[in-house]
Design a protein around this ligand. Sequence first.
Ligand code: PGA
Length: 251
Amino acid sequence: MAKKIVAGNWKMNTNLQEGVALAEGVNNALKGFKANCDVIIAVPFTHLASINAVIDQNLLGLGAENCADKKSGAYTGEVSASMVASTGAKYVILGHSERRQYYGETSETLKEKVALALANGLTPIFCIGEVLEQRENGTYLDVVKDQVESALFNLSAEDFGKIILAYEPVWAIGTGKTATADQAQEMHAHIRGLIAAKYGQSVADNCSILYGGSCKPTNAAELFAKKDVDGGLIGGASLDVESFMGIVKAF
Ligand code: PGA
């Protein structure tokens, strides 16, 4: 069975002090409460080491929102997977649609990032998802198939087994327009089928596939009740302890 996971994606929000306070708030809320899922926060690079110092990663896993596609060297402004790992972070979001859209990330660069993340012991939370036009013209299943195959199907079964996937329809991100639970289930089952065909049923069954896109305390339970939805990647609603915990409690 795939692990159930609720992961926050803070994006470019909070300064260091606000971020540390938010992380402490989530960590405190998780104390004395037995969550029925793993809980993770992915935070800006600048916050990683400070947040690692104030949370208990047995309760709350810590991740970055990106890492470089190069190992080290003359790449001004970039942050490597090894640097991320050295802060104590255990996860890294890769291939978020905002990275693909605004920073030109392609399957080729993402392949490098995935390899470097794995080589440094980080668990990638790898994002895929179609844009509105592709949803409307009916190509969405093929689009996501191509995203998964082109960036991840070069991996060995062992390495693929370390990846968390997040299906995030781009039209649902930050728009308040959530995919219906049935739309999410259709895509998640499709993705699991692709994994089963490539790596076998047991690798597919063990792969956590999260849903992301306007997931909130009010719709999380319905989404998470679907057979192939193993949790959520939460943007806006992860910036507030109560709403994030509301989603954690949906499990
Ligand atoms: P949202 O973002 O929950 O604000 O829609 C999700 C994401 O982009 O990971």
